[in-house]
Design a protein. Structure first.
Length: 134
C-alpha cells in the first residue's frame, strides 16, 4: 500500500468516527502467525483510530463499505429529503450542502471516496449496516 493510499484510507476512516465502521484487520503476531478478522469499531476519538491504523503489528485494515449502487428505495427517498434540506444551507451559518450530503452517505456506510475499486475497502455484505441505525 502506498503512502498516498494510507493517507486516503486514514481520511476516510477519520470521517467515519461518529458513525462506526466494520473493518477487516490483519495482525502479525509473529513472522509465521498472521490473523485476519472482522471487527466493528466505533472509534471514540482519533487517537484510538491512529493506534489501530499505525500499530506496527497491523498489516492491513480494510473497511467494509457499501457501493452507491446498493442504495435501497427507502434510502433513495431519504436521500432526496436530505438534498431538499441541504438547499437551505448557507455559508452565513457555516452550513455546507456538500457536507450535509456527505455526512448522510457516511452514516449509511457508502463508499464516498471510491475505495472499493481501488482495493482499499471491501464491499459490505447486504444488511451489514442495518444493525447500526442511529
Amino acid at each position: 500500500m502506498t503512502q498516498e493510499d494510507k493517507e486516503l484510507l486514514l481520511k476516510d476512516l477519520s470521517a467515519r468516527l461518529p458513525y462506526g465502521v466494520h473493518v477487516e484487520i490483519s495482525w502479525e503476531y509473529s513472522k509465521t502467525d498472521v490473523h485476519t478478522g472482522l471487527e466493528y469499531y466505533e472509534f471514540p476519538n482519533i487517537d484510538s483510530l491512529l493506534n489501530i491504523f499505525w500499530d506496527k503489528k497491523c498489516i492491513s485494515i480494510k473497511p467494509y463499505l457499501r457501493p452507491m449502487s446498493s442504495m435501497t428505495e427507502e434510502e433513495d427517498k431519504e436521500f432526496a429529503k436530505v438534498i431538499v434540506v441541504s438547499q437551505d444551507c448557507s455559508y452565513a451559518n457555516n452550513e455546507s450542502a456538500t457536507t450535509m450530503v456527505n455526512d448522510w452517505y457516511l452514516s449509511k456506510g457508502f463508499d464516498v471516496r471510491g475505495l472499493i475499486p481501488k482495493g482499499l475497502a471491501l464491499e459490505a455484505p447486504e444488511g451489514m449496516y442495518n444493525l447500526k441505525e442511529k
